[in-house]
Structures are given as structure tokens and as C-alpha cells.
Ligand binder design. Structure first.
Ligand code: PLP
Length: 467
């Protein structure tokens, strides 16, 4: 492709993107295609001869959009949001055009230095103490894996990487059953093993970890000759928003010298609003915190931020320096690839810089406050309907509810979610609370308005009553 074609098609792509955003709210939120519909329209073998861009672009416009679920749709109320504010998309266009590999300082000093500065902006925005330094990871799953590896290495006297795990007592890590599955996978991949992920009881679906039970579990493991290594707490669990009491959990972890990682992948964005920070009271005592600006805050996926109290411990766990990766002649520089499992890294700080400058913290706070207020309002309206019940109260902008049914409540509510998503005006997902199906609602899409919440109320009540 020559430069004039590159220019032409880049403009076409940008126009397509703007048209898409302009009309996305008119489409069914969840893709309405059946399995195989899209694959069936793609040639089974690659072309031997190159094809003209006109053909490729036309096929894209014909085949792809029907198979998209619209995460930037204002009535996306499923899972958690994956907001990509237009300003962060523009930043990512630029990053894609430049396509730098930002693994070391010298492979693009702008990427490294901007990352250090904008993550300190974020640290200040979240009200974290200046004892934390940040790094951008590709996902919360990666950040949690890095934290679990640090826990393992600290517990094994930094010998796990060299000697393996065979000649040590089992390393033990503590969490409730409310934590995300990325914690289980970090436990598997790190070699710690599922059997050594100790589930600490909660004080109820939303109340989080029982710190006394944590204390007893650690004592019992020590007495049995096992190696307690770390605690993983969550703020805003994925199912219904459970929050562990961070200050109390941190006190127990500190008493036993254990590393504390806090997963606030979704809820962390809300901590730019001082009135929500009570949800993670005591957070400054954590060793590692992860939150995803690519969820609620509006940074185009992927952008997960990990704050570390002692980055040197993570570097000691993950850094490896063959000669070809050494940077000679510069002291005191940061090579962020030494803070993460993958070596290669995109220039992700640019979209945070664009996002925070364009919206300002007040703009972002306003969006989050609206989502919380509208979600609470919807919960109250559903509570007022005699055939509905609120299952878990709102945590920020997330709550769960159920349409009452005498004989088969689980089947009825699963059928309700399916009927709502087939209808297409809104998109919801279900979860389990105390082993019964509940329907989740979270407000969080960047362009959502109060009217979208009212549409949600109409769609939910109308479809439930005609099932
Ligand atoms: C979304 C989520 C994750 C996983 O995030 P990725 O960035 O996709 O790995 C982990 N924990 C919680 C609480 C989440 O909500």
C-alpha cells in the first residue's frame, strides 16, 4: 500500500468509525447472529493474489457488523463496561500508526516517561499515597499473575524461579469465593495450585472477607508447616460487587508478613470520586492494586493499571536481562517490561493522557456519579413493583434483581435474560447469588443517559410480564 492509499483508507476508516458511533444506539445491543453465520461468509483458504482495498472494505462492511455485540452502545448493561471514549480512540489511532514496541526506555523514551507521569496523575486522582508507583499491564489477569508470582518468590526466599516448587512446603494464598476467575488462573499458572488457594468465608454476599477467619486460616497453615504467602482481596467483585474490608484484611496480612494484592478492576475507576473511597478504606496498606481504566473510566482496551508499593520486588521476580536487552550508559531509567510478564508492550499511556486532559477529572467524575445515581434509581423502581425483588443492593452502579416466580425461578429468570437480549433494546447478564439465579444490572457506558435507564425499566417489566 502506498502512502496516498494509506491516507485515503485511513480517512475512510475514521469516517466509518464516526458513522458507527453515531448510529450504534439504533442497533440491537447483543449480536443477533447464530454460531457459524460469520465464519460461513469468509473464504476457507487465503488468497494467492492480493485483492483491492475496495473489495476488502466492502466485505468488512457487509460481513462484520451483524456479528458485533456493541460494547459502546448506551444501553449495554451486561458484564462490566469496556468504555472507549472517542478521545482515547483517537490516541490509539496515533499509537497504531506509530506502532512502537515500548518494552524498554530506549525503545521509545516518550512511552516510558509519559507512563510514569500519567500513572502518577492517576494515583493522585484515586487518592492513593505517594508511596505507590504504577505500571500499565495488558489486563488485570496479567497484573494479578505478576502479584501472585511476587507472593510465591517472597515466600520461597526468591528461589522459586531457579529451583522450582518441588522441594518446598506448599505456598498458600488466601481469598474469598467472590474473587474473579483470573485469580484462580494466576494460582494455576504460578504453580501454586488450586488446592493451595484457601477460600476464606465471607460475612454475606456483599460484606466480603471475615478477617478473623483469615487470621485463623493463616495460623493453622503455619502450624501445619505450610508457607502462607499472600492475600488477594477484592473491591467490587464481578458477580454482585462484593467488597472485602481492606483495612482489616491488611492488618491481618501485615501481622503475618503476607503480601496483599487488591483487585479493584471495575470499581477502581469510581475511586476518583472521594465519596466512594470508603469502599476501599485502608487501601494505602496494600502492596499491589489493580484497576482497569479500560472498563469504566473510558480508556480504549487494553489498559490495566497496577500500583505497587515496592516495585523492586516485582522486578526481582520478573526481570531477566540477556545482553540484547541491556541499556548501557543510562542510570535510573525504567524498563517497564521488567515489571510485567509479557516483554512487548504498546504505548498505552497516550490514551490515558488524552482522556484525562480532554474530560478532566470533573468530567469523568460526573459520568460515574450519573451511572451510580441512575442505577440506584432503577433499583428503587424495580423494588416498587410487586412482582420483582432486589437480590443484592447497589454497589456503586451494580445491583441484581429477580422476577418472582413460584415454581421455577431459576429457569424463569434465565428465560427472561434470553428474551431481553433477543429483543435487543438492552443487554443484561445473569449470575448466581446463594446458589439461585439473579439478573445483574450495571450502568456504566460512557454515552448513557437517564432515558436509557428508563428504557431499561420499560423493557424489563414489559418482557417479564409477557413471558
Ligand atoms: C474484569 C475483571 C477482571 C479481569 O480483567 P481483565 O483485564 O480482562 O483481565 C478481574 N477482576 C475483576 C474484579 C474484574 O471485574
Amino acid at each position: 500500500m502506498d502512502i496516498s492509499d494509506f491516507r485515503h483508507w485511513s480517512h475512510r476508516a475514521a469516517d466509518w468509525g464516526a458513522d458507527y458511533r453515531e448510529t450504534v444506539g439504533e442497533k440491537p445491543v447483543r449480536a443477533q447472529t447464530k454460531p457459524g453465520d460469520i465464519a460461513g461468509q469468509i473464504e476457507k483458504s487465503p488468497p494467492e493474489a492480493g485483492e483491492p482495498m475496495e473489495t476488502i472494505f466492502a466485505d468488512f462492511e457487509r460481513i462484520v457488523p451483524p456479528g458485533l455485540t456493541h460494547w459502546q452502545h448506551p444501553r449495554f448493561f451486561a458484564y462490566f463496561p469496556a468504555n472507549a471514549a472517542p478521545v482515547s480512540v483517537i490516541a490509539d489511532y496515533l499509537v497504531t500508526a506509530v506502532a512502537a514496541q515500548c518494552m524498554l526506555w530506549q525503545t521509545s523514551p516518550a512511552a516510558t516517561e509519559m507512563e510514569t507521569v500519567v500513572l502518577d496523575w492517576l494515583r493522585q486522582a484515586l487518592g492513593l499515597s505517594d508511596g505507590f508507583a504504577g505500571v500499565i499491564q495488558d489486563s488485570a489477569s496479567s497484573a494479578t499473575l505478576a502479584a501472585v508470582l511476587v507472593m510465591r518468590e517472597r515466600a520461597l526466599g526468591w528461589k522459586g524461579n531457579t529451583d522450582g516448587l518441588a522441594n518446598h512446603a506448599p505456598v498458600r494464598i488466601y481469598a474469598t469465593k467472590e474473587v474473579h476467575t483470573s485469580i484462580d488462573r494466576a494460582i494455576w499458572i504460578s504453580g501454586v495450585g488450586q488446592a493451595n488457594l484457601v477460600r476464606i468465608p465471607t460475612k454475606g454476599p456483599l460484606k466480603g472477607m471475615d478477617p478473623e477467619a483469615l487470621d485463623r486460616a493463616i495460623e493453622a497453615d503455619r502450624a501445619a508447616g505450610l508457607l502462607p504467602a499472600g492475600v488477594i482481596a477484592c473491591v467490587g467483585g464481578t458477580s454482585v460487587g462484593a467488597c472485602d474490608p481492606i483495612g482489616d484484611v491488611a492488618a491481618v496480612a501485615q501481622k503475618h508478613g503476607l503480601y496483599l494484592h487488591v483487585d479493584a478492576a471495575w470499581a477502581g475507576s469510581a475511586m476518583i470520586c472521594p465519596e466512594f473511597c470508603a469502599l476501599w478504606e485502608g487501601i494505602d496498606a496494600a502492596d499491589s492494586i489493580v484497576f482497569n481504566p479500560h472498563k469504566w473510566l473510558g480508556a480504549q482496551f487494553d489498559c490495566s493499571v497496577q500500583f505497587l508499593k515496592t516495585p523492586a520486588e516485582q522486578v526481582r521476580t520478573l526481570a531477566i536481562q540477556p545482553e540484547y536487552l541491556k541499556t548501557h550508559g543510562h542510570d535510573g531509567i525504567i524498563n517497564y517490561s521488567e515489571w510485567s510478564v509479557p516483554l512487548g508492550r504498546r504505548f498505552r499511556a497516550l490514551k490515558l493522557w488524552f482522556l484525562m486532559r480532554h474530560h478532566g477529572l470533573e468530567g469523568l467524575r460526573g459520568m460515574i456519579r450519573n451511572h451510580v445515581a441512575w442505577s440506584v434509581e432503577l433499583a428503587e423502581r424495580l423494588r416498587g413493583e410487586p412482582d420483582f425483588e432486589i437480590v443484592t443492593e447497589p454497589v456503586l452502579s451494580l445491583f441484581s434483581f429477580r422476577h418472582k416466580h413460584e415454581t421455577a425461578p431459576d429457569q424463569h429468570n434465565i428465560a427472561l435474560v434470553q428474551a431481553i437480549n433477543d429483543d435487543g433494546r438492552i443487554y443484561l447478564t445473569q449470575t448466581r447469588v446463594d446458589d439461585a439465579i439473579a439478573i445483574r444490572f450495571q450502568a456504566g457506558q460512557f454515552d448513557m443517559t437517564r432515558a436509557d435507564m428508563e428504557t431499561a425499566f420499560e423493557v424489563i417489566t414489559e418482557i417479564a410480564r409477557r413471558l
